[in-house]
Design a protein around this ligand. Structure first.
Ligand SMILES: *Cc1c(COP(=O)(O)O)cnc(C)c1O
Length: 378
């Protein structure tokens, strides 16, 4: 049991029954020395596993050279990481910040500056962050209500409902912002037809199409970007969670075809693109190779197949190693029971169990996790 004193922390999260003190690959260790299989990865963040040697070595080396120079001076690690992301995207420029919410704030501002239009179409159940702009585009009333009025202009379509997308259209729309798989809103994959309709609508409105790949990016779904498997290429992509394997880093990726809207003075961040963090992220991006992506697809399929047919499982959804099991019971108690049994998992909404392990899990870890889930679902 945890003896950690948390009373001086603002209670924005419920108290946790364990305190983790060490991580190693797909394993976490608590204050009592007990080991847990990590199928949460710090909310889809620790992509290549705890203390992976490549980002660890890269961050150590950079710690010994230069910690910070500010963005008044671009640093070698940030410039090199931008080139890697541009190559993966297929021609882009990158703005670095510190989180997913900040990446989406940058996208909101970029679209406003590029189009001159304030309207945003986002999705019901979507999640884009907790800051006032990102929250305004988050389609979850419970997270918004206490903080209204938010930034005006956002309206919401229903995931995978093309008619609702058209109903949300208007001359004022400068941005359509979507998660390819809704990560916080129940693990809902968007289908290629809906995404193609969104791209067409954006083009006809003179709006930019942005994919929030904060959760789906960096190999999570079995390709570096989720959009690679979906037949639609957005003009803006936001990234964060897995990019630096747990060090804070966000990014706005702007396709070359829509470059030029931001000029010096339009946007910024003191810490964004920190050289230590970008050095680690460069090693993470290099580690996401074809072999690892194939393993993500295989182990994701194994995990999804194993969840099908378990008691209380109504539907299994997701892509790669972002897997949701919709239950006919609340998911919270199941997450608690799994933790007590040595497996760290997540929810996604009230009755979806979400699994997002480090991308380096093997079939033996998947089978072990499935065994524990089967046990606690009885
Ligand atoms: C987690 C998440 C965010 C917010 O990221 P923070 O780093 O917590 O600000 C935004 N969008 C999506 C899709 C996310 O999963």
């Amino acid at each position: 049991m945890s003896t950690l004193t948390t009373s001086a922390l603002l209670p924005t999260y419920p108290p946790a029954p364990v305190t983790f003190v060490e991580g190693d690959g797909v394993w976490l260790t608590d204050t009592d020395g007990r080991r847990y299989l990590d199928f949460a990865a710090g909310i889809a963040v620790v992509s290549v596993g705890h203390r992976h040697p490549a980002p660890l070595t890269a961050a150590h080396a950079q710690l010994d050279r230069l910690w910070h120079a500010s963005n008044l001076f671009a640093t070698e690690p940030a410039a090199a990481l931008a080139v890697k992301l541009s190559d993966r995207f297929g021609g882009a420029q990158v703005f670095f910040c510190n989180s997913g919410a900040e990446a989406n704030e940058a996208a909101l501002k970029y679209a406003r500056k590029a189009t001159g239009k304030p309207g945003v179409i986002a999705l019901e159940q979507g999640f884009h962050g907790r800051t006032m702009g990102a929250l305004a585009a988050t389609g979850q009333p419970a997270k918004r209500q206490a903080f209204e009025p938010l930034v005006p202009g956002a309206r919401f379509a229903t995931p995978n409902d093309v008619d609702s997308l058209h109903a949300a259209a208007g001359d004022d729309v400068g941005l359509i912002l979507l998660e390819p798989v809704l990560g916080e809103g129940g693990v809902i994959p968007l289908n290629p037809e809906f995404l193609a309709a969104a791209a067409e609508l954006a083009a006809s409105l003179g709006a930019l199409l942005a994919f929030d790949e904060v959760q789906t990016g960096v190999g999570r779904t079995g390709s570096f970007f989720a959009f690679e498997q979906l037949g639609v290429k957005p003009q803006l992509v936001t990234m964060a969670k897995a990019l630096a394997n747990g060090l804070p880093l966000g990014a706005l990726v702007v396709a070359d075809e829509v470059a030029g809207a931001f000029q010096p003075g339009d946007h910024g961040s003191t810490f964004g693109g920190n050289p230590v963090i970008c050095a680690a992220a460069g090693a993470v991006v290099d580690a996401i190779d074809d072999d690892l992506l194939a393993s993500v697809r295989e182990n994701g399929a194994r995990l999804a197949a194993g969840l099908e047919g378990l008691p209380h499982v109504v539907e299994v959804r997701g892509a790669g190693l972002l897997v949701g099991a919709e239950l006919d019971v609340p998911a919270g108690p199941l997450v608690d029971a799994a933790l007590a049994a040595g497996l760290v998992t997540l929810t996604s909404g009230p009755n979806v169990l979400r699994l997002a392990p480090p991308l380096v899990v093997g079939p033996e870890h998947v089978d072990q996790a499935l065994g524990i889930i089967r046990e606690v679902l009885q």
